[in-house]
Design a protein around this ligand. Sequence first.
Ligand SMILES: [Zn+2]
Length: 332
Amino acid sequence: MELSRELLTAEMIDPGTGEPARTTIEVRRDPLTGHSSRILPERGLMSASDFDLEAFAREVQPSCPFCPGRVDQLTPRLPASIYPGGRITRGEAVLFANLHAYSSHSSVSVYSARLHYLPLGQITRRLLTDNLATQVAFARAVMAADPPSRWASINANHMLPSGSSLFHPHMQGIVDSQPTTMQRLLAEVPAQRFDDYLDTERRLGERFLGNTGRFEWLVSFAPIAPAELRAFAAGISSPSELDDDLISELAHGLALALAAYAEMGFQSFNCAIYGAPPGTEGYPLNLRLACRSNLMAFYRSDSTFLERLHWEGAVDVPPEIVARRIGDRFRR
Ligand SMILES: [Zn+2]
């Protein structure tokens, strides 16, 4: 597979020197869905932050519905037809119905009621394993009770810039009869193209991060969002098909990636694990993980008219630099 890229040159007159100045922009096309992405010269769009997240956490904690003493009273339970206990727990993780539904079946799962403040570097494999396990159990319970709801995804808005309305760290599950746009586009990709893409990235090596067992991790060639990573697991197509070993392996990979983000100075991210219907032949369960702007007063959103209205990524951190900064953590 040839990875499609085209170099564009912009010319302007430098206001300081009065001389012509040129800028190079690289337009890349995603090999799976065809969306394009612009790799811009580095100009510090995703700045690190000295915002005191811990102080902000303390400020909003007194009214947090996910904290101990309130999570059992203030969060909605799942209907008994889906899950008789109303809440799904694994370790410290607790899953309940999303007060603001986005689909026939929407869930929220906190890593722990006691972890109101959870910086990215402290999201451990254990915490991720338990949280993912509640979401897998939720997907299975919904699919058993409501067979047309075959499209499951596990997602995260982490910190307010990512779209999270509540500070307390959590994941979100959607199980629905209707795929999202990206689930539909990915499910339409021929199986051979997934194989070609992974073979190509493995061979080129510059964005391929490694293999944690069944999951293969790489930096996106044509990212939608900054520092975007992808992972693929052949042989399963839905989160509902993740067994305990695969949940733990996936948690390991996510913990490695989030620790790398923390080291790069990022504290907000989005994640989407895109399920297709269980048993979809040739579809590898896959995910995107990406950084969002750091929380600070009057911060700049990383999502602009390009991402929101043109569906076009525009990042000033080249994927190959991201891969170098992540280094060999996935190969140990
Ligand atoms: Zn809280």
